[in-house]
Design a binder for this molecule. Structure first.
Ligand SMILES: Cc1cc2nc3c(=O)[nH]c(=O)nc-3n(C[C@H](O)[C@H](O)[C@H](O)COP(=O)(O)O)c2cc1C
Length: 182
Protein backbone atom coordinates (compact mmCIF):
# COMPACT_ATOMS: atom_id res chain seq x y z
CA UNK A 1 0.00 0.00 0.00
CA UNK A 2 1.28 3.50 -0.79
CA UNK A 3 1.63 5.40 2.49
CA UNK A 4 0.18 8.85 3.08
CA UNK A 5 2.76 11.62 2.93
CA UNK A 6 3.10 14.36 5.51
CA UNK A 7 5.09 17.40 4.37
CA UNK A 8 6.45 20.00 6.77
CA UNK A 9 7.22 23.47 5.44
CA UNK A 10 8.97 26.13 7.51
CA UNK A 11 8.82 29.71 6.27
CA UNK A 12 12.24 30.48 7.70
CA UNK A 13 15.59 30.93 5.95
CA UNK A 14 17.49 30.55 9.19
CA UNK A 15 19.69 27.53 9.90
CA UNK A 16 19.43 26.70 12.69
CA UNK A 17 15.84 27.90 13.01
CA UNK A 18 13.33 27.63 15.82
CA UNK A 19 10.49 27.49 13.31
CA UNK A 20 12.11 24.65 11.39
CA UNK A 21 12.82 22.83 14.67
CA UNK A 22 9.14 23.17 15.63
CA UNK A 23 7.93 21.93 12.25
CA UNK A 24 10.38 19.00 12.35
CA UNK A 25 9.26 18.08 15.89
CA UNK A 26 5.56 18.11 14.99
CA UNK A 27 6.18 16.21 11.74
CA UNK A 28 8.27 13.57 13.49
CA UNK A 29 5.65 13.02 16.19
CA UNK A 30 2.79 12.75 13.67
CA UNK A 31 4.70 10.43 11.33
CA UNK A 32 5.80 8.17 14.19
CA UNK A 33 2.27 7.98 15.58
CA UNK A 34 0.43 7.34 12.30
CA UNK A 35 3.12 5.64 10.22
CA UNK A 36 3.25 8.39 7.59
CA UNK A 37 5.95 9.11 5.04
CA UNK A 38 7.71 12.38 5.94
CA UNK A 39 9.49 15.21 4.17
CA UNK A 40 10.41 18.56 5.73
CA UNK A 41 11.55 21.71 3.89
CA UNK A 42 12.36 25.33 4.67
CA UNK A 43 12.60 28.52 2.64
CA UNK A 44 16.32 27.95 2.07
CA UNK A 45 15.40 24.70 0.27
CA UNK A 46 13.20 26.72 -2.09
CA UNK A 47 16.21 28.87 -2.98
CA UNK A 48 16.83 32.18 -4.66
CA UNK A 49 14.49 31.73 -7.63
CA UNK A 50 11.55 32.39 -5.26
CA UNK A 51 12.28 36.12 -5.09
CA UNK A 52 11.76 36.69 -8.82
CA UNK A 53 9.16 34.00 -9.51
CA UNK A 54 5.81 35.36 -10.70
CA UNK A 55 4.26 31.88 -10.96
CA UNK A 56 5.20 28.49 -9.50
CA UNK A 57 6.48 27.51 -12.95
CA UNK A 58 9.22 30.16 -12.69
CA UNK A 59 10.85 28.32 -9.75
CA UNK A 60 14.12 26.53 -10.47
CA UNK A 61 14.22 22.71 -10.01
CA UNK A 62 15.02 22.95 -6.28
CA UNK A 63 12.17 25.36 -5.65
CA UNK A 64 9.80 23.41 -7.89
CA UNK A 65 10.54 20.24 -5.92
CA UNK A 66 9.46 21.93 -2.67
CA UNK A 67 6.36 23.41 -4.30
CA UNK A 68 5.35 19.99 -5.71
CA UNK A 69 5.87 18.35 -2.33
CA UNK A 70 3.70 20.96 -0.60
CA UNK A 71 0.80 20.87 -3.06
CA UNK A 72 0.87 17.06 -3.38
CA UNK A 73 1.10 16.37 0.38
CA UNK A 74 -1.68 14.38 2.02
CA UNK A 75 -1.14 16.36 5.23
CA UNK A 76 0.77 19.60 5.77
CA UNK A 77 2.56 21.01 8.81
CA UNK A 78 3.18 24.70 8.16
CA UNK A 79 5.44 26.86 10.32
CA UNK A 80 6.20 30.54 10.16
CA UNK A 81 8.36 32.86 12.22
CA UNK A 82 6.51 35.99 13.37
CA UNK A 83 7.76 39.14 11.66
CA UNK A 84 6.13 42.42 12.72
CA UNK A 85 3.10 40.59 14.07
CA UNK A 86 2.57 38.44 10.97
CA UNK A 87 4.29 35.97 8.62
CA UNK A 88 7.40 37.04 6.65
CA UNK A 89 6.91 38.43 3.17
CA UNK A 90 8.90 35.65 1.49
CA UNK A 91 6.78 32.97 3.17
CA UNK A 92 3.65 34.73 1.86
CA UNK A 93 5.22 34.99 -1.59
CA UNK A 94 5.75 31.21 -1.66
CA UNK A 95 2.11 30.70 -0.63
CA UNK A 96 0.99 33.30 -3.23
CA UNK A 97 2.41 31.07 -5.98
CA UNK A 98 0.01 28.23 -5.03
CA UNK A 99 -3.16 27.90 -7.11
CA UNK A 100 -6.31 28.15 -4.92
CA UNK A 101 -7.41 24.63 -5.94
CA UNK A 102 -4.09 23.07 -4.94
CA UNK A 103 -4.73 23.26 -1.18
CA UNK A 104 -8.50 22.86 -1.21
CA UNK A 105 -9.58 20.36 1.48
CA UNK A 106 -6.00 19.67 2.56
CA UNK A 107 -5.43 19.09 6.30
CA UNK A 108 -3.01 21.77 7.54
CA UNK A 109 -1.54 21.91 11.04
CA UNK A 110 -0.46 25.52 11.57
CA UNK A 111 2.48 26.53 13.76
CA UNK A 112 4.48 29.69 14.39
CA UNK A 113 7.34 30.95 16.50
CA UNK A 114 7.95 34.42 17.89
CA UNK A 115 10.38 36.13 20.23
CA UNK A 116 7.75 36.67 22.94
CA UNK A 117 4.16 35.86 23.87
CA UNK A 118 2.61 39.10 22.63
CA UNK A 119 1.93 37.81 19.15
CA UNK A 120 0.72 34.33 20.10
CA UNK A 121 -2.57 34.93 18.26
CA UNK A 122 -0.63 35.33 15.03
CA UNK A 123 -1.59 31.69 14.28
CA UNK A 124 -5.30 32.55 14.60
CA UNK A 125 -5.34 36.02 13.07
CA UNK A 126 -2.82 35.59 10.25
CA UNK A 127 -2.10 31.93 9.41
CA UNK A 128 -5.60 30.46 9.86
CA UNK A 129 -7.33 32.99 7.56
CA UNK A 130 -4.57 32.53 4.96
CA UNK A 131 -5.32 28.81 4.73
CA UNK A 132 -9.03 29.56 5.03
CA UNK A 133 -8.68 31.38 1.71
CA UNK A 134 -7.58 28.07 0.17
CA UNK A 135 -10.49 26.21 1.83
CA UNK A 136 -7.94 23.97 3.49
CA UNK A 137 -8.87 22.09 6.68
CA UNK A 138 -6.81 23.82 9.36
CA UNK A 139 -6.49 21.59 12.43
CA UNK A 140 -8.37 23.16 15.40
CA UNK A 141 -5.33 23.33 17.71
CA UNK A 142 -2.70 25.72 16.36
CA UNK A 143 0.79 25.87 17.89
CA UNK A 144 2.67 29.04 18.85
CA UNK A 145 6.08 28.81 20.51
CA UNK A 146 8.08 31.72 21.94
CA UNK A 147 11.79 31.89 22.80
CA UNK A 148 10.96 30.69 26.33
CA UNK A 149 9.70 27.36 24.94
CA UNK A 150 13.16 26.55 23.55
CA UNK A 151 16.52 25.65 24.97
CA UNK A 152 18.76 26.75 22.12
CA UNK A 153 16.86 25.40 19.12
CA UNK A 154 15.37 22.41 20.98
CA UNK A 155 11.80 22.40 22.26
CA UNK A 156 12.04 22.40 26.05
CA UNK A 157 8.56 23.30 27.32
CA UNK A 158 6.33 20.49 28.62
CA UNK A 159 3.24 22.70 28.08
CA UNK A 160 4.20 23.18 24.44
CA UNK A 161 4.86 19.46 24.01
CA UNK A 162 1.43 18.71 25.48
CA UNK A 163 -0.26 21.15 23.10
CA UNK A 164 1.59 19.63 20.13
CA UNK A 165 0.26 16.24 21.29
CA UNK A 166 -3.33 17.59 21.18
CA UNK A 167 -2.82 18.94 17.66
CA UNK A 168 -1.34 15.64 16.48
CA UNK A 169 -4.33 13.79 18.03
CA UNK A 170 -6.60 15.93 15.85
CA UNK A 171 -4.84 14.72 12.70
CA UNK A 172 -6.16 11.21 13.28
CA UNK A 173 -9.50 11.73 11.51
CA UNK A 174 -7.70 13.06 8.43
CA UNK A 175 -5.29 10.13 8.39
CA UNK A 176 -8.28 7.75 8.40
CA UNK A 177 -10.03 9.73 5.67
CA UNK A 178 -6.88 9.82 3.57
CA UNK A 179 -6.39 6.07 3.90
CA UNK A 180 -10.05 5.52 3.04
CA UNK A 181 -9.58 7.36 -0.24
CA UNK A 182 -6.59 5.18 -1.25
C1 LIG B 1 12.38 41.06 11.03
C2 LIG B 1 11.92 40.38 12.29
C3 LIG B 1 10.72 40.75 12.86
C4 LIG B 1 10.27 40.11 14.02
N1 LIG B 1 9.06 40.48 14.53
C5 LIG B 1 8.58 39.82 15.63
C6 LIG B 1 7.29 40.14 16.15
O1 LIG B 1 6.58 41.00 15.65
N2 LIG B 1 6.86 39.45 17.25
C7 LIG B 1 7.63 38.48 17.85
O2 LIG B 1 7.17 37.88 18.84
N3 LIG B 1 8.86 38.15 17.37
C8 LIG B 1 9.34 38.79 16.28
N4 LIG B 1 10.56 38.45 15.75
C9 LIG B 1 11.32 37.34 16.38
C10 LIG B 1 11.13 36.04 15.61
O3 LIG B 1 9.76 35.79 15.30
C11 LIG B 1 11.62 34.84 16.42
O4 LIG B 1 12.97 35.04 16.80
C12 LIG B 1 11.46 33.54 15.64
O5 LIG B 1 11.44 32.47 16.55
C13 LIG B 1 12.57 33.34 14.62
O6 LIG B 1 12.37 32.12 13.99
P1 LIG B 1 13.55 31.36 13.24
O7 LIG B 1 14.53 30.89 14.31
O8 LIG B 1 12.85 30.24 12.57
O9 LIG B 1 14.15 32.33 12.28
C14 LIG B 1 11.05 39.08 14.61
C15 LIG B 1 12.28 38.74 14.04
C16 LIG B 1 12.73 39.37 12.90
C17 LIG B 1 14.05 38.96 12.29
Amino acid sequence: MVELKLVGFSGSYGRPSKTSALVAYVAELACARYGLEKAVYDLADVGDSLGVAKTQFDLDPAGAEVMSAVVEADLLVIGSPTYKGSYPGMFKHFIDLIDPQQLRGKPVLITATGGGERHALMVEHQLRPLFGFFMAHTIPTAIYASNNDFSGHEIASPALQERIGFAVDELQAFVHMGRGRR
